[in-house]
Design a protein around this ligand. Structure first.
Ligand code: HEM
Length: 565
């Protein structure tokens, strides 16, 4: 290398490599070290504290540890104080840093708010959109594989168009016309119960089948069997999502190096796509071979009309069609499954309320199948469902993002931050609900939700609030009331001694080990609906129920009423 020109070229090349490395390192440190520290400092100056940011991992490791510890053992007794077990990391931070605090999901700042005024403002505002599927890919990659870019995650015009379509499919007259399909699905479940009499029944699984059947029949015009593979694959994806929830992911690395979970999740996504398209093809073929003259008016029919729309502006792509279907398969099933299971669990452990609900059902429907008009008259059942949704909300949190610097209450929030609302925390806050916050007391809702919450809408958020509130609320409540009515008309439900009280979230709130009812605790009414009240029909009085370690105390049993019949 005697040539001075060559020497200079090598030097220049070496300098540019060094410079590029320095720039890359500076950018990296700016993003993963300087920016988080700056945000932390900025929020602290406004009184918002939290655990210190840890390089790249944020507070993920601590959150993961807290969660693992919380899930190690079942809860003592049948306590409804589930917040510390289900969201231990949120509970711990509220305790240490106050109702509003800052935490770090990897390098992403997460502002946790539990002050009702802030929560209401956030959820009602259009200035705090949801995180899009593209953004979620960075830190929520697995969850987004379940929902794709469907209604739950889409934004802007696409969201508005899809929301209108879903509103049409799940409200008013459409809802009424779904009743026969819901009843038929409950009847299928009750038939199954007859076959398994004498054996322990796991309610969460029973309601998984029921709610899968209901959403398949009502939204997709098919039976559970057609959607079975889709449900199974969605469940597998939620298990993978749950396993990775606090794992720090490096976007660049995960593009080149796939973990076993990445590979499995990609396979499931492809499998779901294929199965959804098979259901779509079946519906299309019915039209093309003349069996039907339109795609139909159910949710799938409306989606297919949009899929075949010749106007490019309204046309749905194949990917959008699949994403929308899997969103509704998932959102329409997992949520109602959870709330039905927890409602029956609470009825099983509060026989006085079970009996009150049964009496009401018998007064309204007698031995007839429920109908939409009668469903509107079930006041006690509505109180019970509301109290269940308060103590055990299937969706336990909502997240919104701060796109550009924004004001929330008196706080200035920097861009690129997420805001996390734990409705579970609000539902279990003694400041909002009183010292008996963890007691099952449906009578709180006797005068409606507004009175129960003292006109504080953010105190009770099972279906969220504002423009992104649940589109399936009326559908879910109708389905639940129909199913509960038909169960109560036929069975007295009690808990099996093998039940272990372990609520946890796998995207939705679930019983970690199921909800077991012992078949010997479940009685079909003796003489089929001949009398006017269940006690005339030979329901076994509660005092004869075998007792077990988690059973309520004597005071909880309505001995006099039932045993006296
Ligand atoms: C007890 C049952 C249910 C509960 C507790 C529930 C809860 C919720 C909550 C809390 C949200 C808002 C999430 C957020 O703000 O980020 C939501 C949204 C949504 N729910 Fe439900 N849900 C239930 C049943 C259903 C059913 C049966 C369907 C479908 C038929 C459904 C479809 C949806 C969809 C598509 C959204 C997104 C709406 C949007 O962003 O515009 N849900 N649900």
């Amino acid at each position: 290398m005697n040539n001075p020109m060559a020497k200079t070229s090598v030097l220049v090349a070496a300098c540019s490599v060094c410079l590029s490395l320095i720039i890359a390192l500076t950018k990296f440190l700016h993003k993963y070290w300087w920016t988080p520290l700056r945000v932390q400092h900025f929020m602290a100056s406004q009184g918002i504290k939290g655990p210190p940011y840890k390089f790249i991992h944020g507070n993920n490791k601590e959150s993961d540890r807290l969660r693992q510890e919380a899930l190690r053992n079942p809860m003592p007794g049948l306590s409804h104080d589930i917040f510390p077990r289900v969201q231990p990391q949120i509970h711990a931070r509220i305790k240490s840093y106050g109702k509003n605090n800052l935490t770090w999901r990897g390098t992403k700042a997460l502002l946790i708010i539990t002050e009702p005024e802030l929560v209401r403002e956030l959820l009602k505002s259009n200035d705090f959109p949801k995180r899009t599927s593209r953004e979620r890919k960075k830190d929520d990659e697995f969850a987004i594989k379940i929902l794709g870019d469907g209604l739950v995650t889409s934004e802007g015009e696409k969201w508005a168009r899809q929301r209108k379509l879903a509103n049409h499919a799940f409200h008013g007259e459409s809802l009424k016309s779904m009743s026969p399909a819901v009843i038929a699905s409950v009847e299928t479940m009750l038939e199954r119960w007859k076959q398994i009499q004498g054996k322990e029944v796991e309610l969460f699984e029973q309601f998984r089948l029921l709610t899968s059947e209901v959403i398949s029949r009502t939204a997709f015009g098919s039976s559970y069997l057609d959607g079975e593979k889709i449900f199974d694959m969605l469940t597998k994806l939620s298990v993978i999502t749950n396993r990775n929830i606090f794992k720090t992911r490096f976007t660049v690395i995960s593009k080149f190096w796939k973990t076993a979970d990445d590979i499995e999740a990609d396979k499931l996504v492809k499998g779901i796509h294929k199965c959804v398209m098979e259901i779509v093809k079946k519906r299309e073929e019915r039209v093309s071979n003349g069996e039907a003259n339109s795609f139909g008016t159910d949710f799938l029919g409306l989606l297919l009309n949009a899929y075949h729309d010749t106007d490019k502006k309204n046309k749905l792509s194949e990917q959008d069609l699949v994403d929308e279907c899997k969103t509704f398969y998932f959102a329409g099933q997992e949520t109602t499954n959870s709330s039905l299971a927890w409602t029956v669990f609470l009825l099983a452990t509060h026989p006085d309320w079970q009996e009150k609900a049964r009496r009401e059902v018998m007064e309204v429907f007698g031995d007839r199948n429920p109908n939409p008009e009668g469903i509107g008259k079930l006041k006690i059942m509505t109180m019970i469902i509301n109290e269940t949704l308060r103590l055990y909300p299937p969706v336990t949190a909502m997240v919104r993002k701060v796109e550009t610097e924004a004001k929330l209450g008196n706080l200035i929030l920097p861009a690129d931050m997420d805001v996390f609302v734990s409705n579970l925390a609000l539902h279990h806050d003694p400041d909002l609900w009183g010292d008996d916050v963890n007691v099952f007391k449906p009578e709180r809702f006797a005068e409606g939700i507004a009175n129960a919450t003292k006109h504080n809408p953010a105190a009770f958020l099972p279906f969220s609030l504002g423009p992104r509130s649940c589109v399936g609320m009326s559908f879910a409540l109708t389905e639940m009331k129909m199913a509960l009515s038909m169960i109560l008309q036929r069975y007295a439900v009690s808990l099996s001694p093998t039940y272990s009280h372990s609520p946890f979230t796998q995207l939705m709130l679930q019983p970690q080990h199921g909800i077991q009812t012992d078949e010997s605790y479940m009685w079909k009414h003796g003489v089929a609906f001949a009398g006017s009240l269940p006690c005339d029909r030979g329901i076994i009085p509660p005092r004869q129920f075998p007792r077990h370690q988690y059973e309520p105390t004597d005071e909880d049993w309505p001995n006099s009423k039932m045993a006296g019949c």
